[in-house]
Write a new protein. Structure first.
Length: 420
């Protein structure tokens, strides 16, 4: 390579400037992809059968990728694929064919950390954008400049990056910045944990993380336990990230893509979180000067939360209070109960696919895109043949429920835990 080639960036600035930040959602399977897009995601990131860090997710075949790309395109959305492992020698075999297949499936971009995957994609699949994964733990503007000079249009920053760090990066480098704004946080320095490798021989950086930091531990000093049998077990689990209250700051500091974590999370989680951030982003851009955080958005986020929430590293370095030391209580007091598959306007009955037990007399909530929301009690319920029933006990059973208001396919139904 000549000196000129080393010093001249292969990528010159943005190809486009979004009129508002991209909302990027996780999708562990095809159904989750469709719900994420339907509820307002501008783009989704998925995993294929190889090279991703969520080997326990359902992940996508190439046929499913093509279907997902076609579905997303109807909403004007894009599909990215995580290829963010650190490759060993045996992982490189077949890489070129895999990347070409992603390009042929219509995937818009890959998210990569390993230089061999980055270089190979640029060489054999030039239509694929390459976004630098958070696994590279990029924290400073010089590193961001390096990756821009290597031809990358976007960098996913390390989760340890603060508002101050982002402002400094945007000041020096004209490149798209993606940042996690919601979801689980790694207790280790992002992408550098080897507890899973040590305890279970499952490599965190090749997709096998067993979430050792969420386990319960006893502590011993000189073979003497530090805690009594009845005491809570020690855990390293961090609280989850939630930046809904700092949406204006995220926009104003220049984050181009708001990334939600959670390819292993449920449809209800993904759709609920996407729905809230979609409403908040749109509200801000409709009237920035008078933007106000709605309490209903915070309440919705909490209905999907798996753990207590905090702001990660954006405002300050997390302390002891930002970790979970006691047995985790379910933060969300609601269960996903069903999905609307049809609605009969003449009778006022909705057909719901059961996803969790519910019964007549229970209070339920219906929620849909753009903030559609209402509560009601189940007063009339039948099976698909019209026979009256008292409860929906069978997984994926189709149930007919009279609703107080019209609903649409892909609206969700949930129930409050403990609601009799």
């Amino acid at each position: 390579m000549t000196t000129l080639e080393k010093t001249t960036p292969r990528y010159q600035g943005k190809r486009h400037r979004l009129d508002k930040p991209e909302l990027l959602a996780p999708a562990g399977n095809l159904e989750k992809l469709k719900f994420a897009v339907h509820y307002g995601a501008d783009a989704v990131y998925i995993g294929g059968q190889k090279y991703g860090l969520r080997s326990n997710a359902d992940n996508f075949s190439f046929e499913e990728m093509k279907e997902g790309v076609e579905f997303a395109a109807r909403y004007g959305a894009k599909v990215f694929v995580a290829t963010n492992i650190y490759a060993h020698n045996e992982d490189v075999d077949g890489l070129e064919d895999y990347l070409r297949a992603l390009e042929n499936a219509g995937i818009a971009a890959i998210i990569a950390a390993d230089p061999i995957i980055i270089e190979t994609a640029q060489r054999v699949a030039p239509k694929l954008e390459v976004h630098l994964s958070t696994q590279q733990s990029t924290l400073n503007w010089q590193a961001v400049q390096f990756w821009k000079d290597e031809g990358l249009p976007r960098v996913v920053l390390a989760r340890e990056t603060s508002f101050k760090d982002i402002a400094e990066i945007k000041k020096h480098v004209d490149i798209e910045i993606e940042a996690f704004i919601h979801g689980a946080m790694c207790s280790s320095f992002s992408g550098r944990c080897v507890l899973s490798n040590h305890f279970t021989d499952r490599d965190s950086n090749r997709g096998g993380c067993c979430q050792s930091c969420r386990w319960k531990y006893d502590l011993f000093v000189d073979d003497m336990p530090m805690y009594a049998e009845e005491d809570d077990k020690f855990t390293m689990g961090s609280k989850d990230l939630c930046m809904i209250e700092y949406l204006p700051e995220l926009i104003e500091v220049g984050v181009d893509s708001f990334k939600i974590e959670g390819r292993m999370k449920s449809i209800h989680y993904v759709a609920t979180v996407v729905n809230v951030y979609r409403q908040a982003i749109d509200a801000y851009f409709a009237d920035p000067e008078h933007f106000e955080l709605k309490q209903e958005w915070v309440e919705e986020i909490n209905k999907a939360a798996n753990r207590p929430l905090n702001t990660g590293f954006f405002l300050d370095t997390p302390g002891a209070e930002d970790h979970i030391y006691e047995p985790e209580e379910k933060a969300a007091p609601y269960d996903f109960a069903g999905i609307v598959v049809d609605y009969d306007a003449k009778t006022g009955f909705a057909t719901v696919q059961q996803r969790n037990h519910f019964k007549k007399g229970q209070e339920i909530e219906f929620v849909g895109p753009e903030g559609m929301f209402f509560k009601q009690t189940i007063t009339e319920m039948t099976d698909i043949d019209g026979l009256e029933i008292e409860a929906a006990r069978h997984p994926l059973q189709h149930i007919r429920i009279r609703t107080l208001k019209p609903v649409k396919p892909m609206d969700m139904m949930r129930k409050k835990i403990g609601n009799k």
